[in-house]
Design a protein around this ligand. Structure first.
Ligand code: UGA
Length: 442
């Protein structure tokens, strides 16, 4: 079976690579010529650990190729995955512009194709989109009938940035929403070499599983953040508390790491979308609204901690280590570093920022004014009043107490519990404060 992938972002490219790795012939289609040129040369168009190496190998083995010709790619394949972006609209709902364009184009190509074809929606779309919009557009533009001439599935993705390749090759589960048994059987065949749990369900249920998963993960983090803020009041270490809580199999230890809030392109976008979609059906999801509200205020805990030690932050020099929304990526979308930087700048603080991968992207987001970008972490720490860690990159984990001694006042405010041994700081005369850390002796 040959596969065409429409859209070569994180989802499309990693999905394509996973299928190619399992022996299928894959063509990745994108309208952006630069992306296809880079892909055809075996160079990943964005940073993701391990992706470049495997892409180069698969391109050399001719298992994967890039193309800007969607019609040809669809006509020459048996299955097409729609992996285009669904960005947020100002009202919280998702924009279906790219999904609709892809559905129309796939439909037009199918009009000219002989034989049965399976279309799989992988883009994150709110419930009913696949059956009410994508399916209808493909029927309209192909002049063909679903169930007879083509099949349709909804196959949500659960990739984490920074770990996308591993997640694509070895997922925890594959969820397959199917229009009919024939469609689902084909998708099952594509996933036959993936050793994980597989679930077959309805199209709309698969769409909802994606939203429910991200909503739950974001809620779990927010719960840990709430516990952190409470623990701090009682001089308790929240990481120890969550270790104990996570021992319960019903809860699990994952996604209980408290910090300065979740970032990234997915959680906020998806939760906003499901809130807006629910509201359009006259239901207000209060829990999810609270999760988003709390995530906006959580970075302010960092500012409060800085003020508790330094007093007024005007004209103070503060280092901001870590600008990406999490380690292992240069992605700065919804990074908590931006809210922290903006609040500090409003207070008249001078910021020295550093990130091993995301400085270029952060500069575009936050601009250059009043932020000095350092060459490395050690250089960023020189003669500053405090240091905030927003992303726990390996480079920061390796910093030793002596590295902080070059600061004017050695104050470390850790937004992500970067260090395993936090007791070492006090022993070396360094003030260490952290989210949910037993900051003040009671
Ligand atoms: C998230 C989901 O984890 C994926 O399953 C999903 O496929 C993806 O969204 C998506 O919808 O595309 P991602 O946004 O890449 O993946 O990153 P996560 O690892 O989930 O981290 C999101 C944010 O939560 C980061 O800012 C991270 O620092 C924060 N986080 C994560 C915590 O604050 N505490 C935790 O315990 C875990």
């Amino acid at each position: 079976m040959k596969i065409s992938i429409i859209g070569t972002g994180y989802v499309g490219l990693t999905t394509g690579i996973a299928f190619a790795k399992y022996g299928f012939n894959v063509v990745c289609v994108d309208k952006v010529k630069g992306k296809i040129k880079s892909l055809s040369n075996g160079v990943a168009p964005f940073y993701e650990p391990g992706l470049g190496k495997i892409l180069k190998k698969l391109v050399d083995e001719r298992l994967i190729e890039g193309s800007t010709n969607l019609e040809k790619a669809v006509k020459n394949s048996d299955v097409s995955f729609i992996c285009v972006g669904t960005p947020s609209l100002p009202n919280g709902l998702i924009s279906l512009e790219h999904v609709k364009d892809a559905a129309k184009d796939v439909g037009k190509a199918l009009e000219k194709k002989k034989g049965y074809h399976l279309v799989v929606v992988k883009s994150t779309v709110t419930p009913l989109t696949t059956e009410k919009i994508v399916l209808a557009l493909i029927e309209k533009y192909s002049k063909k009938k679903v169930g007879k001439d083509f099949g349709i599935c909804m196959n949500p993705e659960f990739l984490r940035e920074g770990n996308a390749l591993n997640d694509a090759l070895h997922p925890d589960r594959v969820v397959m929403g199917e229009y009919d048994k024939k469609s689902g059987d084909i998708l099952m065949k594509l996933y036959r070499n993936f050793k994980c749990k597989k679930m077959r369900t309805k199209l709309r249920t698969a769409e909802m599983i994606k939203y429910a998963s991200n909503s739950f993960l974001a809620t779990k983090i927010t719960f840990a953040n709430e516990m952190a803020n409470i623990c701090e009041k009682f001089g308790i270490d929240v990481y120890e508390v969550m270790k104990g809580v996570g021992l319960d199999k019903r809860i699990s230890p994952y996604f209980l790491n408290a910090g300065c809030g979740f970032g990234g392109s997915c959680f906020k976008k998806d939760i906003s979308a499901i809130i807006s979609a629910s509201r359009s059906k006259n239901y207000t999801p209060k829990l999810l609204e609270t999760v988003l509200d709390m995530n906006e205020t959580q970075p302010l805990q960092i500012i409060r901690m800085a003020e508790s030690v330094l007093g007024n932050l005007k004209n103070k020099k503060i280092t901001l280590l870590g600008l990406s929304f999490k380690p292992g990526t240069d992605d700065v979308r919804e990074t908590r570093a931006l809210s922290i930087a903006k609040t500090l700048l409003k207070k008249g603080t001078k910021i020295i920022a550093y990130d091993p991968k995301a400085m270029k992207n952060f500069k575009k987001l936050a601009g250059h004014r009043n932020i000095v970008y350092a060459k490395n972490a050690k250089a960023a720490l020189r003669k500053v009043d405090a240091c905030i860690i927003q992303t726990s990159w390996e480079e920061f984990k390796n910093l030793r107490p002596k590295d902080f001694k070059v600061m004017k006042t050695p104050v470390v405010i850790d937004g992500r519990r970067t260090f395993d041994n936090t007791e070492i700081f006090a022993k070396n005369g360094i003030v260490y404060l952290g989210i949910g850390w037993k900051n003040f002796a009671i």
